[in-house]
Write a protein that binds this ligand. Structure first.
Ligand code: SAH
Ligand code: MG
Length: 314
């Protein structure tokens, strides 16, 4: 048995999670096809995936982080036994505390599933211009699709977090993401070339004199759902939009955290704008309860017009 198969066998016997064969192949193919040279991995476990990546023919450098000391130590031994000390740099720390300022062609997020969004937000700054971020275990052994497979409360909570992360990816205007039904479910995200970084301007609630009328709340609740961004949009239930006489109305269906609303609204606007242009519509009205107003609204071309309403002129 060669070194890699031995590591795999050890992982199986000791219940150490390692990337599934198909998921690993997908990543290796991505590395080769895109010519990735520098890889950052969050969650090394015993070094199995890092060793696989670094063993691909070519000069690949892997930087990997593992929080658990025992797994880290075993990974160090495994890397040494494979003669890859020069190609893999591993550290024992919490990835969320790690100070890394290099850029990478591929970032593989495979650590604590509940923290994926945090890892993503932190390490997106380490992505090279044409780089990709891959995350693993989005199906979580089929449980994300079929939550009835478990009755364990913490697993159910985790599944919810993974779902939330998937919708974060799908709605994130900064990245173009595809979800792949391979291995345990992997995502591949690359920077969206059309994304414009928001320049935040302070928008104070008091100044704009906005409030949410009861009638408006009702409309939000019963908003006539004609379109929505995606299937996912129904699930997260953030916005719907529909056509009125000569304008579009975007309504918020469900309150979420401000950050999420901001991202989704920007995404929704990009989507609605296209449809508006096609239909010769020049005005988009957006209804939000007053507590949803957020900084940076002006950046996306909106101006408040009282009564929980924003307008966007095309
Ligand atoms: N990529 C590995 C498997 C990783 S399993 C492979 O395919 O071979 C996930 C690992 O992430 C676990 O070993 C866990 O200890 C580690 N981990 C969890 N949270 C972490 C964090 N905040 N920082 C670094 N590692 C973390
Ligand atoms: Mg994994």
């Amino acid at each position: 048995m060669n070194e890699i198969s031995q590591i795999k066998e050890y992982a199986r016997k000791n219940s150490i999670p390692i990337v599934m064969d198909k998921g690993g192949e997908f990543i290796c193919r991505t590395i080769v096809d895109r010519g990735c040279k520098k890889i950052l991995e969050i969650g090394s476990a015993i070094g199995y995936s890092a060793i696989n990546f670094a063993s691909l023919p070519d000069d690949i450098y892997v930087r990997t982080i593992e929080i658990d000391i025992d797994r880290y130590s075993r990974a160090v031994d495994n890397i040494k036994n494979c003669g890859l000390e020069n190609r893999i740099k591993i550290t024992n720390e919490d990835a969320l505390d790690a100070l890394i300022d290099e850029k990478f062609d591929l970032i593989f997020i495979d650590a604590a599933k509940a923290q994926y969004e945090k890892f993503f937000e932190k390490f997106k700054h380490n992505l090279s211009e044409n780089g990709v971020i891959i995350t693993d275990n989005l199906f979580f052994h089929g449980m994300v699709e079929n939550p009835q497979l478990t009755h364990n409360y913490s697993t159910i909570k985790l599944i919810r977090k993974i779902r939330k992360f998937v919708s974060f990816l799908q709605l994130n205007p900064e990245f173009l993401t595809t979800i792949h039904d391979t291995g345990d479910g992997v995502s591949l995200s690359m920077l969206n070339p059309d994304f414009i970084q928001p320049e935040y301007t302070q928008l104070s609630l008091e100044d704009k004199n906005v409030s949410c009328s009861p009638q408006l709340s009702k409309e939000i609740e019963y908003g006539n759902k004609v379109y929505s961004v995606s299937e996912e949009e129904h699930q997260t239930g953030l916005f719907s939009y529909h056509k009125k006489e000569d304008y579009f109305v975007i309504s918020l269906i469900e309150f979420y955290d401000r950050e999420r609303i901001k991202i989704t609204l920007m995404n929704m606007l990009m989507f609605v704008r296209k449809d508006a242009v096609k239909n010769g519509i020049h005005l988009i009205k957006i209804k939000l309860p007053s507590d949803c107003f957020f900084d940076g609204i002006e950046r996306i071309g909106l101006s408040p017009c009282g009564d929980g309403m924003l307008v966007h002129k095309l």
